[in-house]
Write a protein that binds this ligand. Structure first.
Ligand SMILES: NC(=O)c1ccc[n+]([C@@H]2O[C@H](COP(=O)([O-])OP(=O)(O)OC[C@H]3O[C@@H](n4cnc5c(N)ncnc54)[C@H](OP(=O)(O)O)[C@@H]3O)[C@@H](O)[C@H]2O)c1
Length: 277
């Protein structure tokens, strides 16, 4: 029987996800990364095999802004793995132009929120069968409520607006997920990390981020250290519904939001992902 712990990491081809994959491989885990670019997936797998001398890494190709891809990737994982100890819902990117996917979703809504909700639900079966399994989902600091009358941000679109609204949805959905599902889900805020994600921001945001990164941005290796300590904590203490900022437990943001609100996000999300379940 394979005793290695198994992690599935979305957005494992770059930045925080890749550094976390490397850290887990060094610690003897088996890792599966999900990426949208075949060449980058193959290169990341080869590179991490070489660096860590752990051969237990593979990739699944999926564009996580497409729910049909999320469904297929989850099913591919389940068909080849009997257990999943740790699911890291981490992939994200920013698009300056408002984009509607071929499935009719605003691109960030699909990538940041719906893909994570769908993946958590699809993988519940294998995670329920893995004692002590845990989900960690990544958000940033910027959190603003969804506008239900303008869910797809037709008015005054900006990538930061999309990021803020759908991260807020991630937070509220996770609260309901923990009420209704057995696998624990915790929230992770990595702080300012030197990655490529904010490099496409328009000015003056790009300039501000560049300066902030120079002054207080942390290297991805440090971020992966922090995440590794959080992974150990959630598994050892079977945490549920905890908000971690960098490597500390902090009060859950939006704690004053009513359960009516989180129920609304839960219902809306399930309606949008139902045909892919
Ligand atoms: N860096 C920070 O300061 C910071 C702060 C707060 C929160 N965060 C959050 O931390 C997480 C990781 O971000 P990062 O800074 O590590 O960014 P990053 O270096 O740009 O990495 C993002 C990862 O997500 C993947 N990805 C993007 N769109 C995808 C899609 N449609 N399908 C599949 N994979 C996709 C990227 O793939 P490619 O390799 O193909 O680009 C990459 O592997 C994100 O959720 C981000 O919002 C970061």
């Amino acid at each position: 029987m394979d005793e290695k712990k198994v992690a599935l990491i979305t957005g494992g081809t770059d930045g925080i996800g890749k550094a976390t994959a490397k850290k887990l491989l060094i610690k003897g885990w088996k890792v599966v990364i999900i990426g949208r670019n075949k060449l980058k997936c193959n290169e990341t797998v080869s590179e991490l095999k070489n660096i860590t001398q752990n051969q237990d890494i593979s990739s699944i190709l999926a564009d996580l802004s497409l729910l049909s891809d999320v469904k297929r990737a989850s099913e591919e994982f389940i068909s080849s793995h009997k257990k999943l100890d740790f699911l890291f819902l981490n992939a994200n990117a920013l698009k300056q132009e408002r984009t509607i996917t071929k499935e009719g979703m605003e691109w960030h809504l699909a990538l940041i929120h719906l893909s994570r909700s769908l993946m958590a639900k699809k993988l519940e079966v294998v995670m329920n069968a893995t004692p002590g399994s845990q989900i960690l989902t990544v958000v940033g600091l910027s959190l603003f409520p969804i506008d239900y009358d303008d869910l797809l941000i037709e008015k005054g679109y900006s990538a930061m607006k999309a990021l803020s609204r759908y991260q807020w949805a991630v937070l509220l959905y996770s609260r309901e997920f923990n009420q209704r599902c057995r696998v624990p889900m915790n929230i992770y805020m990595p702080g300012l990390v030197k990655t490529k994600i904010l490099k496409n921001e328009p000015q003056p945001m790009r300039f501000i981020v560049k300066i902030a990164n120079l002054i207080m941005g942390m290297p991805v290796e440090k971020s992966a250290e922090n995440i590794y300590s959080v992974i150990n904590d959630v598994i050892a203490n079977q945490r549920k519904g905890i908000y971690y900022s960098i490597n500390k437990i902090k009060p859950y943001p939006l704690i004053k939001i009513s359960t009516t609100e989180s129920n609304r996000v839960w219902d809306l999300t399930n309606e949008l992902i139902s045909k892919y379940l």
